[in-house]
Structures are given as structure tokens and as C-alpha cells.
Design a protein around this ligand. Structure first.
Ligand SMILES: [Zn+2]
Ligand SMILES: [Zn+2]
Length: 214
């Protein structure tokens, strides 16, 4: 019976294991999809994606003025910054579970139930208007507020900074100074220079002595 050899009807296809699963949508992701740092505090939006850390969410929403989800590009007028553990615990529930306790604005409630947009403490949350984010932790709110005030970090200039610090002039000055004080910082270079100078002086002296005798 030839078909028995194929381990069932699958044949060659049965040997392939389809383990490649793109895990971006899962709430079990434990690192930020933007900066790849471990997720401690995450921002979750109405689309249900909560795999972006609070820092990246702040950067994208405040400094880049981008209110869309990094993963699905869905507009997220409001996000909730909470511990990644809380989002993971709400697996399956996602946004509905996290947002169920968000403060509702009385004025907006009559017109479709918007969230309160009052800056600062609202119910059990802190709202950062500049970011459009509710925080369930006051320290995270305060840190984000301070970071938003400071403006974007100069990450773009970081690549331009390294070249200026090591100017060759400073090195020469240091070398001369250390030569006088005889510090062990660049001792090997100094010793070589000194040795060369000594050898040169010796040669000159020897020549002079030889010439004096001749
Ligand atoms: Zn991040
Ligand atoms: Zn999304």
C-alpha cells in the first residue's frame, strides 16, 4: 500500500511545519515595536494595538504630531498609557477593557459619548492634552508632561556631535602638558618622542666630540 508511506494524505506537504506566525497583533509582545526596548508602560489605542512604549507614543504623538497607530495606521485620537501587564492581562479585551473606566465628558456624552479632554487629573486618570493620552499612573503622566515640555531630544544631532570633540590641537596641547608634568596618560608616545630627541642629541654630541678630536 504506497499511500501509507506518506504519513497520511499530506505527502510532501506534511513535512513542512508552518510555524512562521507574525506576532505583531498579539498582546503578548513584550518589547516596543518601535524602539524594541522591553515594554513596561505601553500606549494602547482604540484599534487595540498596545505594543508601543509610552516614550515612543509620546514622541510620535507630540513631537511628530502623528495621531495614528504605528501598526495599523488607524487614527487614535486618544490612547491610554498603562502598564503593559494590564494590557496583557486584558488579552482579548484589549481596548474595551482598558478604556472602560475612562472619564466621559458630560458635554460630549450627549453628542455621542466622547472622553473628557480636561488637562490633568480626571477621575482615576491623568489626561495629557498635548498627547491625547490618558495615564493611569501619575508619575508616568508627570514624566510625559515634562518630556513634552522639553521638546524632542536632539537625536538627529547626535551623529554630528562626535566629530568636534577630538580636535588634534587639543591632543597636542595635552601631550605637551603631560610631557612637562610627566603623567602616565600618554606615556608611551612621550617616551618615544623623548627617546628620539635624546638619540638625536647624542648623535650631535658624538659628532661634535669626534670633530673636536679631529
Ligand atoms: Zn518604544
Ligand atoms: Zn492599530
Amino acid at each position: 500500500m504506497p499511500p501509507l508511506d506518506g504519513n497520511g494524505g499530506g505527502g510532501a506537504a506534511g513535512d513542512h511545519t508552518h510555524d512562521v506566525v507574525i506576532d505583531v497583533g498579539a498582546t503578548t509582545t513584550s518589547s516596543c515595536v518601535v524602539c524594541m526596548e522591553p515594554l513596561e508602560w505601553a500606549a494602547i489605542g482604540p484599534c487595540g494595538h498596545g505594543e508601543v512604549c509610552a516614550g515612543c507614543a509620546l514622541h510620535i504623538r507630540v513631537f511628530q504630531n502623528n495621531r495614528r497607530c504605528c501598526i495599523c495606521r488607524a487614527p487614535c485620537r486618544v490612547v491610554v498609557v498603562t502598564s503593559h501587564g494590564a494590557i496583557a492581562a486584558a488579552a482579548g479585551g484589549g481596548w474595551p477593557a482598558v478604556s472602560s473606566r475612562l472619564p466621559r465628558s458630560l458635554a460630549a456624552a450627549g453628542r455621542g459619548g466622547g472622553y473628557s479632554r480636561r488637562e490633568g487629573r480626571v477621575g482615576e486618570y491623568w489626561y495629557l492634552a498635548g498627547m491625547g493620552a490618558f495615564f493611569d499612573d501619575e508619575r508616568q503622566y508627570a514624566a510625559a508632561k515634562a518630556a513634552a515640555r522639553l521638546g524632542p531630544p536632539p537625536c538627529g544631532d547626535a551623529n554630528e556631535n562626535p566629530p568636534p570633540p577630538p580636535p588634534p590641537t587639543t591632543t597636542t596641547t595635552t601631550r605637551t602638558r603631560t610631557g612637562v608634568s610627566n603623567s602616565d596618560g600618554q606615556g608611551s608616545i612621550l617616551t618615544r618622542e623623548k627617546m628620539e630627541a635624546l638619540v638625536f642629541i647624542l648623535v650631535v654630541v658624538v659628532i661634535l666630540v669626534v670633530m673636536a678630536f679631529v
